[in-house]
Write a protein that binds this ligand. Structure first.
Ligand code: SF4
Length: 375
């Protein structure tokens, strides 16, 4: 187990323990990392009230860790949207929120209140997962939609256990998405190439201004290289792409750095997505991240009511990034997260429907790279 200190992360200042999980093994495991942090046994609804009444719930929720049970389903479909091409991702819901602090993070407004929660009822989770793996026709699942996948590998054996569980089957690939470099505990696991390690990538200037407490670009690529050397398949997400004067060259530099280190043949997919957010997030970004310039662009309201860059601007930057990637990795599978068929057509030259749909394209790549059963 790594030590609990991770430079730059918001420090955990208080731990709340739901009385129902006080004596569970996973509670005791994670608490070993925090014996110098004040702890209180407290019902979940009271914790939510404490956070809601604090002067800055978004910040407070990052400094508090709530250990509780997931009383709903652990496995659920990604919310997606019917207005844009959706990849039909499946989420393994292991916890919520994040001690890192990205200006554009939708989790700031997604949960009420936003609070760092770790679900400790792993027996329930593993039973649901076993059933899913035996019965599903899905090929992709991930833990990184409502939290960062690897922060939990820093404090618990959850991630190592999941990697090994997926390594014992050949139906579904597990994707772990992160902005950390917390990969040390992934070495020497029997992953059997069924776990994809995925990093969000951005330019150094976007990371510096907007991704507080995350690993630098170099640290992320170093971690990816280690995982490649340990035999894991990799993925990368250019998301959110920011549009600003001269930033195209910065993205091309990131692409060069990526392929200087990483073998394109070991990449399962690269996604692209430009900045988009629900309107209330704009005021939060201005208040919490005064140094950030990401909301100064030219935005319109999309079909899903999210603010997005004006379509011709999106198409322009996508074309440049796609061309940069294609020069270095002509075969690597590329896709858009939440874009229209029209944008696909004008940048990639086809609509996903023409190739059986986006989910089908990604499934095919997971089957190939992760050696999944083909039927
Ligand atoms: S790393 Fe991801 S989950 Fe964490 S604050 Fe940033 S965007 Fe949100």
């Amino acid at each position: 187990m790594q030590t609990k200190s991770f430079p730059n992360l918001n420090p955990i200042r208080r731990i709340y323990i739901d009385p129902a999980v006080e004596h569970m093994p996973q509670t005791l495991e994670i608490l070993q990392n925090f014996d110098d942090v004040p702890q209180k046994v407290c019902p979940t609804d009271q914790v939510f009230e404490i956070i809601n009444q604090s002067s800055d719930p978004i910040q407070t929720g990052k400094e508090v860790l709530l250990l509780t049970a997931n009383k709903g389903r652990f496995i659920r479909g990604c919310p997606g949207t019917r207005h844009y091409e959706c990849c039909r991702y499946v989420i393994l819901h292991v916890g919520t929120y994040c001690p890192m602090d990205c200006a554009y993070c939708i989790l700031q407004t997604f949960f009420h209140p936003p609070v760092l929660q770790y679900f400790v009822n792993h027996e329930d989770m593993l039973a649901e997962l076993d059933h899913f793996l035996e019965t599903t026709s899905q090929r992709r699942i991930g833990t990184g939609e409502y939290t960062d996948s690897l922060i939990w590998s820093h404090w618990t054996t959850l991630v190592a256990n999941l990697v090994q569980r997926f390594g014992r089957q050949s139906q579904v690939a597990l994707e772990l998405k992160t902005k950390t470099n917390l990969v040390k505990n992934l070495e020497n696991l029997a992953h059997n190439r069924k776990t994809i390690l995925a990093w969000s990538l951005n330019t150094e200037s976007v990371i510096r201004e907007n991704e507080v407490g995350t690993a630098s670009l170099k640290e992320r690529l170093d971690a990816a290289l280690s995982c490649q050397q340990w035999g894991y398949p990799l993925a990368f997400h250019f998301d959110p792409i920011i549009i600003a004067d001269g930033i195209e060259d910065e993205y091309l530099a990131v692409i060069r750095e990526l392929f200087d280190r990483i073998d394109p043949d070991n990449i399962v997919w690269i996604s692209l997505g430009s900045l988009r957010c629900m309107p209330p997030l704009k005021a939060i970004i201005h208040r919490r991240f005064p140094q950030s310039r990401i909301m100064y662009g030219e935005f319109i309201s999309g079909l899903d009511n999210k603010l997005r860059y004006f379509k011709p601007l999106r198409i322009n930057i996508y074309r440049q990034i796609i061309s940069g990637i294609r020069k270095m990795a002509p075969q690597v599978p590329l896709y858009f997260c939440m874009e229209s068929g029209d944008v696909w057509e004008q940048t990639m030259g086809f609509r996903p429907d023409a190739k059986g749909g986006l989910a089908n394209l990604l499934d095919g790549s997971a089957i190939k790279q992760c050696n999944l059963n083909s039927s």
